[in-house]
Design a protein around this ligand. Structure first.
Ligand code: HEM
Length: 215
């Protein structure tokens, strides 16, 4: 299907993954804060409620991460093309894109990157999404699964230095992950209108705007 003036950027499985993931991560952050600081925060009522919800959201986020991986890696087969930055991306593109976000955007200059289905992320997005999807997200999921304290994984927990070390690592990774979320939300609003990048995450279609393209 074709639409005049629009480009189909985000296939449905990715959109479904993204919004379930976003809801799951927000739930994990809120319940995680209550679990870590129960004396200050009680949004979910009893401490046990926060734990049950945290575990459930963690299992969902871990499960759909695997679905995301299978979709991009084995079905669409676009993982490498979309997510792995090239040498030029790292050498020049990241700097050019950062300069755009920090300065040129405010002068009204056009975005140096023009998204296409086979090249939808700018170099900064590629680097950030690669680090998130192949670094922080799998790490936070893996440490969370180990903390579920199920029998066959207990030996692994001991091998990794025991529960206390694992809890600290899980918290630190989750905190770094949360800082990504704030930057992600801010940069996502830098399209030609504040909602320009949010709409394609619902519909799949992005309006082509040659004056100031996608952030
Ligand atoms: C409240 C939460 C969130 C909102 C409102 C949000 C919003 C958006 C928007 C507007 C886009 C499209 C623009 C772009 O590509 O940058 C996007 C893409 C993306 N977001 Fe989020 N996001 C949220 C949470 C997350 C979380 C927690 C992750 C962590 C894994 C994440 C990972 C991604 C990825 C990997 C893409 C690119 C997807 C693709 O097209 O392949 N987002 N998000």
């Amino acid at each position: 299907m074709k639409r005049e003036g629009y480009v189909y950027l985000t296939p449905m499985p990715v959109r479904i993954w993204h919004w379930i993931n976003a809801l799951g991560i927000v739930t994990l952050c809120l319940t995680g804060i209550q679990i870590r600081f129960p004396e200050y925060i009680g949004v979910f009522g009893r401490y046990k409620n926060a734990i049950i919800l945290h575990n459930a959201a963690g299992i969902v986020v871990t499960g759909i991460y695997l679905v995301w991986l299978i979709y991009y890696g084995l079905i669409a087969r676009t993982l490498r093309k979309l997510y792995i930055p090239t040498f030029t991306d790292v050498k020049k593109g990241v700097f050019r894109q950062a300069t755009y976000y920090l300065y040129h955007y405010f002068t009204g200059a056009p975005n140096p990157h023009h998204s296409q289905p086979h090249d939808k992320f700018n170099p900064m997005q590629k680097v950030a999404y690669l680090a998130i999807m192949f670094g922080l997200l799998p790490l936070v999921c893996a440490s969370g699964v180990l903390l579920l304290n199920v029998a066959p994984l207990r030996d692994w927990v001991l091998m990794m230095g025991g529960i206390r070390l694992l809890v600290s690592a899980h918290f630190l990774i989750a905190a770094s992950f949360t800082s990504f979320l704030f930057v992600h939300l801010y940069l996502a609003t830098l399209g030609h209108t504040p909602l320009a990048h949010f709409k394609p995450m619902w519909t799949g279609w992005e309006k082509v705007d040659h004056e100031s393209d996608r952030a």
